[in-house]
Design a protein around this ligand. Structure first.
Ligand SMILES: [Mg+2]
Length: 329
């Protein structure tokens, strides 16, 4: 396939738009100056944006363009899951080298499109720019929630339970294994860890199944690491947390041994897992367990909310916020 500079902006846009298809709730779609969208009656818009920059959020040669697109979509989908909002419309803005391969670009957009579609969202607009340095991809995702019912990070109180979905730490561990262990990419024993990073599953379906439940008092998604994101939830709610008796993850134990680190450094440290941390009242634990089982989502009840603001402990030992910091690391 040709490079972008060989076909020109107009043709690139035509090919991108043709591959997006029509979407519901779109009054005026691609081809005009802006999209006109029709939210459902009685709902509020919930908006999020995520940028992926070459060399930081995706690595050329690690994963396909489709994988990179799916991860970009997962980042925004996960934010809407953390707010219990239903994804609907996405705007995709991209800074691309004129040498970018058109087929690779279409594969990237297909990765975004195919990751959004199962959750009810489609790409309804976007923007293209040529760049000379690192390429970037930026996805704005709009969702909706019944008025007043979006979850937030604030609202949990001492005595509530803390639950996490999936296996936090695996995405970060998978990325480290792929970067640091020769031959790990493609090796069967690291396949599950690598897939956690390359193809995360945002927990939109579970969140929507729980949406409106008065038992979910606060939520956040894990996009920078469990310790950091839990500390953000605690800060917003003015509480602390104590985690106890959470069985180790065998895949993290194996990765820790291979990487020369500890299981807990991987579990609590920098990792964009796109899992959810939920704080809920004691009488709703069974509801969450049932909903998670019905949707095939692993869930662990890992601890309790405490009245000591800012203090987070794991089996009695203090846990610092050690997640990913975009400007420090
Ligand atoms: Mg988030």
């Amino acid at each position: 396939m040709p490079r972008l500079h060989e076909v020109g902006e107009g043709e690139v846009l035509r090919r991108l738009i043709a591959a997006r298809g029509p979407w519901s709730g779109v009054v005026v779609g691609p081809g005009d100056d802006a999209a006109v969208l029709a939210p459902s009656a009685g709902h509020q818009l919930v908006a999020t944006v995520d940028a992926f920059v070459e060399g930081r959020h995706f690595v050329a040669g690690l994963g396909t363009p489709g994988d990179h697109g799916a991860r970009l979509a997962a980042a925004s989908l996960s934010d809407l899951a953390a707010m219990a909002a239903r994804p609907r419309w996405a705007l995709l803005s991209m800074g691309l080298s004129p040498d970018h391969d058109l087929a690779a670009l279409l594969a990237f957009q297909a990765g975004v499109r195919d990751a959004l579609a199962p959750f009810g969202a489609g790409i309804v607009g976007g923007n293209l720019s040529a760049v000379e340095g690192a390429e970037w991809f930026d996805l704005t995702l709009l969702g909706e929630a019944p008025a007043g019912q979006a979850w937030t990070r604030a609202g949990t109180r001492p005595g509530d339970w803390i639950a996490v979905t999936g296996h936090p730490g695996r995405a970060g561990a998978g990325l480290r294994v792929a970067r640091q262990i020769t031959g790990a990419a493609g090796a069967p024993e690291w396949e599950t860890l690598l897939a956690s990073w390359l193809r995360p599953t945002p927990r939109v379906t579970l969140a929507l199944a729980l949406a409106g439940s008065v038992g979910t008092r606060a939520a956040i998604d894990i996009s920078d690491g469990l310790a950091l994101d839990l500390s953000r939830l605690c800060e917003a709610s003015g509480v602390g947390a104590t985690l106890e008796h959470w069985p180790p993850d065998p895949l993290l134990e194996r990765a820790a041994a291979a990487l020369g680190t500890t299981h807990d450094a991987l579990r609590f440290g920098p990792s964009d897992d796109y899992e959810l941390i939920l704080a809920l009242s004691h009488d709703r634990l069974e509801d969450l367990g049932r909903a998670a089982a019905a949707h095939g989502v692993p869930v662990a009840f890992v601890g309790r909310v405490t009245g000591e603001p800012g203090r987070i402990s794991v089996d009695g030992a203090p846990l610092g916020p050690s997640g990913f910091d975009h400007f420090r690391s």
